[in-house]
Ligand binder design. Structure first.
Ligand code: SIN
Length: 308
């Protein structure tokens, strides 16, 4: 059974990889990802300066999902630029995730990271967890300006990680932006931002930053993720490859993402909760699902969701 895929000319041995943020901050974590049964290594979203991130507790897993307000803890872009050759030498594609605290940061980081030649660069317009910094992806004008600027310095395939949108009007507006900015792939979705999980016994929020507000992940966000994958797949009629992220905890979840139009899937919550062994489990479950349906490859059903 062939679970390999190609995105923007880059071949991935498997369609399952980590989501930026999950076990991918330090060199040790990235090397461990590279040694595991993974389709690609995705780095933590990097900023100009190294960051410790938000105060702890800042991640909380619960049945059905997770909430996090990590606050972009990362080594700073120079450290990741130095690491990229070592990660690439492990044999799988490397996706460098680029963030920033202001527009110019993205430019600074993109230039150096591009020179380090990761296989792809993912521009993260959707971190919900930096106090006082709204998610850029909810501002179409700012997104377009930023993407056009970074596109000029990025020569490897460039993708964009977007926040979830909840109205078709917003899918259309952002689809138009994406169409004008030379985007090679999309990653949909980042966490559902600014949820609040409450511990009723202690009568308190479960995480500390931002009064308990944080990004939601895991099974509870799967319908939102699938809707965004589907909406953008239809807007571009499958021409821009999509990485589906959100709510993948088993092989059937991955199958559903592909059915809605995803080329690959990324996992966050389940990777944090289960560890690196999850990749082999998910791949086995996805293969079992394909066999059950009589498919031999992902192209047999990608995007072919039936509408009633
Ligand atoms: C974080 O570090 O707070 C999460 C990053 C993201 O959601 O983009």
């Amino acid at each position: 059974m062939d679970l390999s895929i190609t995105i923007a000319g880059v071949r991935f041995p498997s369609c399952i990889m980590n989501a930026s943020g999950a076990l991918c901050v330090t060199r040790e974590e990235l090397l461990a990802l590279g040694r595991s049964h993974i389709g690609a290594i995705v780095t933590k979203s990097m900023t100009v300066e190294p960051r410790d991130g938000n105060p702890e507790p800042r991640y909380y897993g619960f049945p059905g999902g997770s909430i996090n307000s990590m606050g972009l803890p990362n080594l700073g872009y120079k450290a990741y630029a130095a690491l990229i050759p070592e990660l690439k030498a492990m044999g799988n594609p490397v996706i460098a995730s680029v963030a920033g605290l202001c527009e110019d940061d993205f430019l600074t980081i993109a230039a150096t990271i591009n020179a380090a030649k990761p296989d792809l660069i993912e521009v993260n317009l959707s971190c919900p967890n930096i106090p006082g910094k709204p998610q850029i992806g909810y501002d179409a004008e700012a997104s377009e300006r930023l993407l056009k600027r970074v596109r000029k310095v990025i020569t490897v395939p460039m993708g964009v990680k977007l926040p979830p949108y909840f109205d078709p009007a917003h899918h259309t507006i952002m689809g138009d932006v994406i169409g004008r900015c030379g985007v090679d792939f999309l990653n949909l979705i980042n966490s559902v931002g600014n949820g609040l999980v409450v511990d009723p016994d202690r009568e308190e929020a479960v995480i500390k930053p931002k009064g308990g507000f944080g990004g939601l992940g895991g099974t509870i966000i799967k319908p939102v993720a699938l809707a965004n994958v589907r909406a953008f797949w239809k807007i571009f009629e499958g021409r821009i490859p999509i990485i589906g992220t959100g709510g993948v905890v088993n092989g059937v979840d991955a199958f559903e993402h592909v059915l809605c139009g995803a080329s690959a899937v990324q996992i966050g919550t389940v990777l944090v909760e289960e560890g690196l062994g999850v990749f082999a489990r998910l791949e086995g479950e996805l293969v079992a699902q394909l066999r059950k349906k009589g498919y031999t490859k992902l192209e047999d059903f990608r995007g072919k969701l039936k509408e009633l």
